[in-house]
Ligand binder design. Structure first.
Ligand code: FRU
Length: 914
C-alpha cells in the first residue's frame, strides 16, 4: 500500500516537473507584421519600438517579415502569415493598390488587420495607425509661408513613391495651403521613391535650368537632405530653404539636419511602433478601437530643434535603459526559471528520497517482522520434524525389533521342527513293522508338524513378499503331473471325509514354466482352504483347462464349501482377510500370498462364489513373459526343500544310490554346526555308515586340515567365521580344496544361494532339509568322486592335463606329476621329499592323493614308475636292469617282482609278448 502511494507521489512530481515551462503557451498572442522594408533608420526605429513594446508583454509573439521594398514579396509574406494562424496582422504596405487584395484576404479569413503608416486603396482594414499625412503636408506649407516675407515664393516639391498613401496625402495637404496663398507657387515637382538617389539627378537638372528656387519641400528628410546635397553641389545651398518630413532623432536624422542648418524644418512623422503593438493587443482583447488612430505631428525648426533633439535623446536614453532593464529582467527571469526548475527537481528528488527512505524503513521493519515469524515457524517445524523423526525412529526400531524377533523366532522353529519330522521319519520305519496304532499317532504328529511348518513358512513368505525379496526360479514343468503329486497329498483326507475329490485336465502333456516351490504353496493353500470349508461328503475338484486357441491356461479349484459372501469378494486377496462366514481359525495371509505368487508369474487369480467357491488361476504358456535370470534349466540345483517322508517315495526313487565303497574304511564326514541337537542328530544318523567328525564352529578350519575328511557339511550362521567364509578358505587351500562341501542353512534367498556357490560349495541345502535328500546328496557327491578316482587310478599314465577337477586340483596334479617324473630314476626319492616340495605334510599328501586318485601316494609313484618301465620295455632295447634303475627301482630283482605282481608277468616275458 505504502509502495503504491510512493509510486503515485513520484508520478505527480514528474508531472509537475514536466510542466515547469517558463511560458504559458496557452495565453500566447501571435502578432505578424509585414514591414515594407528596413533599409532606412525610420523603419528600423519603427521595428525597434515595436519589439520593445512587445517585449513588455511576455505573451506576445511578434513575427516581423521584411518585404525589402518588393511588392510581390510583401504579398507572398502576408499570405504566409495568414496561413500561420495569426491573432493580429499588422501591415505597412509598400504601395496601396497592389497590397489591398491580400489585406482583404486576411480580413476574410477572420484575422484582424492593422494598417500602419501607409494605407490600402479601399481602406478596408480593422484600424489604421499613423500621423495625418495631409496635415503633415499642410504643416510644411504653413512653415514656408509663415517664415517667408517675400512676395513670391518659388517652391519645388519632391514626392515620395507614387501610389503610396503618404506621398499622395502629403502632396495633397501641401498643395491645399500653398494654393490658398497667392505669393507661393510650386514651380516644379520631382517624382521620387522616398530615397535620395531617386531624386538627385532630376533635381540637379531642374536647378541647373532654373536656379531661382526659394524652397524645396521633400516628402521625407532623406530626400530633403539629398536635395540639399545637390544644391550645395551647385552652390545654391544658401539660396534655398529645405523642408523635410520624419524628424528622426540621431546623427543622420532630420532634427540633427535642422540643427546643422541643412534643413529649414522637418515635420515630425512618428513611426508609432509602440502604439501599434498596444492597438494590436486591444484588438486581440476584443476592445473597441477607432478605425483611424492618428498620431500627433509637429513642426521642428530652429526654434525647437534643440529641445526636440534633447527630448528624443532623452527618450532614446530611456528606451535604451528600458531595453537594458528588460534584458536584465529577461536574464533574471531565465535565472528564476532555471533556479525554480532546479528547486522543483531538488524537491522532487528529495520527495523521492524521502519516500524511498520511509519505504526502506517500513520494509526493514516488515522484513524483520516476517523474519521473526519465519524463524518462529521454522523452529516449530524443526521441533515437529524432530518429534516426527524421533517417533518414526522409535516406531522403526520397535517394528524392526518385532520383525526381527518374529523372523528369528520363525527361523528358530525350523530346526526343532526338522528334528521332529526327521525323528518321526525314522520312527515310522520302525513302527510300520510293529503297530498300526503307533503309526496312526505318528501320522498325527507328522501331519500337524507339517502344518505347523507350512504356517511358519507362510509367515516367512509374507515378510519376504513385503520386502520384495522373492525371486522366481521357473522351470519347465508338466502341470498335470505337478498337480497330481499335490493332489495325492490330499487324497487320504478326501477319502476319510468322503469328499469327491477329482483332478481333470484336457491336456495331460501340457508344460508350463512355473516356480514349482511357489506354485506348490499356491496349490497347497487353495486345496487346504477347500478342504477346510467343504463339509464331509462334499465335492472338491481341480480342472486344468488348456484352451488351444489362447496363450493362457486356466486352473480351476472348485469346492462345495461355504463360499464367500458377495460383498466380500473384492477383499479376499487382501492380507489378513477373514470372511464374515468363517468361524475357523485363519491367519488370513494364505490367499494374499497366493495372489502375490501368481502375480510374480505374470498370471492372475480370481474368485467366483456360487454354491461354494471357485478359484481360477490363469497362467501364460511359454517363457517369454519371464526375465532371463528367472529361468532355471538345471532343476537339480534347486533344492525342493519339501520333506517327503512317505516310504513310497523313498523306495520308488530311481536315483537312490548305494553307499559308495571305500574298501574296508568308512568315508569320513566333518559336520560344522553350532546347534548341538542337530549336530547330535546328524551324528547319530550318519555314524553307522560314516566316520563322523564334529566342529561347533569355533575350530572348523583346523579340524578340516587335521582330518582331511571326504565330505564337509557346514552351517552358515556360526559363532566365528560364517559358512561362506569357511567354505572359501577350505576350497582355496590345496590340502582341502578337493573335499565336496554341502552348505546347510536356514537362509533360502537367492543371494545366499549364489553366495554359497561362489564360495565354492558343491551343494546348498536349506532348512528344513529332508534327511533322505541330505543322505542321498552325500552319497551322490561321494559316488561322483569315486567315479573320478576310478578314472584317475586306471589312467595314471595319461594324466598330463587334468581338467576334470577345479583349478587348484589341476595345478596340484600337474606339479605332483612333474616332481615324480623329474625324480623317476632316483630310488631315494621319498614321499616325505615329495610332500616337502609340495609344501604340505606327508599325511595331508597321503589323504589328498587318496581322495583324488583313490590310491596311496606311494602306490601312485610306483604305478607311474611301472607304467614308464612298461613303455620302455615296449619302445627301447635297454636291458631289464637298465630300465629298472632308470625308473627308480633300487634293484633289478625288486623291479621284476613288482612288475610281475602288477601285470601278472615278468618284464622279460612282457617284452617278449609285445
Ligand atoms: C520611410 C519613409 C519615411 C516616410 C515614410 C512614408 O521608409 O520613406 O521617410 O515618411 O516612409 O511612408
Amino acid at each position: 500500500m505504502l509502495f503504491k502511494n510512493c509510486y503515485f507521489l513520484i508520478l505527480g512530481i514528474l508531472f509537475t516537473l514536466c510542466s515547469c515551462d517558463k511560458n504559458n503557451k496557452t495565453d500566447e498572442i501571435r502578432i505578424g507584421f509585414s514591414q515594407a522594408m528596413t533599409k532606412d533608420d525610420w523603419r528600423r526605429s519603427m521595428n525597434d519600438a515595436m519589439l520593445l513594446q512587445a517585449s513588455l508583454n511576455p505573451n506576445i509573439d511578434l513575427i516581423i517579415k521584411d518585404a525589402n521594398y518588393e511588392v510581390a514579396r510583401q504579398i507572398k509574406q502576408i499570405e504566409d502569415l495568414i496561413a500561420d494562424s495569426l491573432d493580429v496582422l499588422i501591415v505597412s504596405p509598400i504601395q496601396s493598390k497592389p497590397i489591398t487584395p491580400v489585406v482583404q484576404k486576411a480580413l476574410n479569413s477572420g484575422i484582424p488587420v492593422l494598417v500602419v503608416d501607409r494605407k490600402t486603396e479601399n481602406q478596408e482594414y480593422t484600424a489604421y495607425l499613423g500621423a495625418d499625412n495631409i496635415e503633415i503636408g499642410r504643416n510644411a506649407a504653413k512653415e514656408i509661408i509663415a517664415s517667408n516675407t517675400k512676395d513670391s515664393i518659388k517652391i519645388i516639391e519632391i514626392k515620395g513613391l507614387a501610389g503610396s498613401s503618404p506621398a499622395e496625402e502629403r502632396s495633397q495637404g501641401f498643395r491645399q495651403i500653398i494654393q490658398m496663398f497667392g505669393k507661393a507657387k510650386i514651380v516644379q515637382s520631382v517624382e521620387g521613391d522616398w530615397e535620395k538617389e531617386s531624386i538627385q539627378e532630376k533635381l540637379r537638372k531642374l536647378l541647373q535650368q532654373n536656379g531661382e528656387v526659394d524652397y524645396i519641400f521633400a516628402h521625407n528628410d532623406r530626400m530633403a537632405i539629398g536635395a540639399w546635397e545637390v544644391a550645395r553641389e551647385l552652390g545654391l545651398e544658401n539660396d534655398i530653404d529645405f523642408i523635410g518630413v520624419d524628424g528622426l532623432a540621431g546623427a543622420n536624422g532630420g532634427i540633427q539636419a535642422v540643427k546643422d542648418g541643412i534643413l529649414k524644418a522637418t515635420i515630425l512623422y512618428p513611426t508609432g511602433g509602440d502604439e501599434v503593438i498596444n492597438l494590436a493587443l486591444r484588438i486581440f482583447n476584443k476592445e473597441s478601437v477607432a478605425k483611424n488612430n492618428i498620431l500627433s505631428t509637429t513642426i521642428i525648426n530652429k526654434v525647437n530643434a534643440d529641445i526636440m533633439f534633447n527630448q528624443f535623446a532623452k527618450i532614446n536614453e530611456q528606451q535604451t535603459e528600458i531595453e537594458e532593464q528588460l534584458e536584465a529582467i529577461r536574464y533574471q527571469k531565465e535565472l528564476y526559471y532555471s533556479q525554480n526548475n532546479l528547486l522543483k527537481v531538488t524537491m522532487a528528488l528529495l520527495a523521492i528520497i524521502l519516500s524511498l527512505a520511509i519505504y526502506s524503513v517500513y520494509s526493514i521493519f516488515a522484513i524483520r517482522k516476517r523474519n521473526r515469524q519465519l524463524q518462529l515457524t521454522n523452529k516449530k517445524i524443526t521441533v515437529q520434524r524432530n518429534q516426527i523423526e524421533k517417533i518414526a525412529k522409535e516406531i522403526k526400531l520397535s517394528n524392526e525389533a518385532k520383525l526381527n524377533f518374529f523372523t528369528g523366532l520363525s527361523h528358530e522353529f525350523k530346526t526343532p521342527i526338522t528334528l521332529i519330522l526327521s525323528s518321526i521319519e525314522s520312527l515310522s520305519d520302525f513302527a510300520m513293522e510293529r503297530s498300526s496304532k503307533l503309526m496312526n499317532e505318528l501320522e498325527l504328529i507328522y501331519n500337524n508338524s507339517n502344518r505347523l511348518l507350512r504356517l511358519i513358512n507362510q509367515l516367512l513368505d509374507f515378510r519376504k513378499v513385503e520386502d520384495r525379496k522373492f525371486t522366481l526360479h521357473v522351470s519347465k514343468t508338466n502341470v498335470f503331473i505337478f498337480s497330481k503329486n499335490i493332489f495325492k497329498d490330499f487324497e487320504r483326507e478326501a477319502k476319510k471325509r468322503n469328499i469327491r475329490f477329482k483332478l481333470y485336465s484336457n491336456n495331460e502333456q501340457l508344460e508350463l514354466f512355473i516356480d514349482r516351490n511357489l506354485m506348490d504353496k499356491v496349490y497347497f493353500n487353495l486345496l487346504s482352504n477347500a478342504f477346510k470349508f467343504t463339509p464331509d461328503n462334499g465335492k472338491i475338484e481341480i480342472q486344468i483347462d488348456d484352451d488351444a486357441n489362447k496363450n493362457t491356461v486356466s486352473i480351476h479349484f472348485r469346492d462345495s464349501g461355504i463360499g464367500i459372501p458377495e460383498n466380500e469378494m473384492d477383499s479376499v486377496f487382501q492380507a489378513f482377510f477373514k470372511g464374515s462366514n468363517n468361524r475357523k481359525n485363519s491367519s488370513g495371509i494364505g490367499l494374499h500370498l497366493s495372489k502375490e505368487f501368481v502375480g510374480m508369474h505374470k498370471g492372475a487369480i480370481e474368485i467366483k462364489s456360487f454354491h461354494g467357491a471357485e478359484f481360477i488361476i490363469t497362467l501364460y504358456k511359454g517363457k517369454a513373459h519371464f526375465d532371463e535370470t528367472e529361468i532355471i534349466t538345471d532343476q537339480d540345483l534347486v533344492d525342493t526343500q519339501i520333506i517327503d517322508f512317505s516310504s513310497e517315495h523313498l523306495v520308488d526313487d530311481d536315483y537312490l544310490l548305494q553307499a559308495p565303497q571305500k574298501g574296508n574304511e568308512k568315508y569320513s564326514i566333518l559336520i560344522i554346526e553350532d546347534n548341538r541337537d542337530l549336530l547330535r542328530f546328524l551324528q547319530n544318523k550318519l555314524t553307522l555308515e560314516y566316520d563322523i567328525h564334529l566342529s561347533d564352529g569355533t575350530d572348523p578350519i583346523e579340524k578340516a586340515f587335521n582330518v582331511i575328511p571326504d565330505v564337509i557339511i557346514c552351517d552358515i550362521a556360526l559363532p566365528d567365521k560364517n559358512g561362506f567364509e569357511i567354505c572359501e578358505i577350505l576350497k582355496r587351500d590345496l590340502r582341502t580344496s578337493h573335499i565336496p562341501t554341502i552348505i546347510l542353512t536356514a537362509m533360502s534367498d537367492k543371494e545366499s544361494y549364489l553366495k554359497g556357490l561362489d564360495s565354492g560349495a558343491d551343494l546348498y541345502l536349506t532348512k528344513p532339509f529332508s534327511y533322505s535328500i541330505l543322505i542321498q546328496s552325500i552319497k551322490s557327491l561321494l559316488y561322483n568322486r569315486e567315479k573320478l578316482r576310478f578314472y584317475y587310478s586306471s589312467n595314471i599314465h595319461k594324466i598330463e592335463h587334468v581338467d576334470t577337477f577345479g583349478n587348484i586340483e589341476q595345478r596340484f596334479i600337474n606339479k605332483l606329476n612333474g616332481l615324480i617324473k623329474d625324480n623317476l630314476g632316483n630310488s631315494e626319492f621319498s614321499v616325505e621329499t615329495l610332500a616337502e616340495n609340495l609344501n604340505i605334510s606327508r599325511v595331508q599328501l597321503y589323504r589328498k592323493v587318496k581322495a583324488i586318485m583313490g590310491i596311496s601316494i606311494s602306490d601312485y609313484i610306483g604305478n607311474i614308475r611301472l607304467e614308464k618301465a612298461k613303455s620302455m620295455l615296449e619302445n627301447t632295447s635297454l636291458t631289464i636292469s637298465e630300465i629298472g634303475y632308470t625308473c627308480g627301482f633300487s634293484s633289478p630283482n625288486y623291479f621284476s617282482t613288482t612288475f610281475k605282481n602288477n601285470y601278472g608277468m615278468s618284464p622279460l616275458s612282457y617284452r617278449k609278448s609285445t
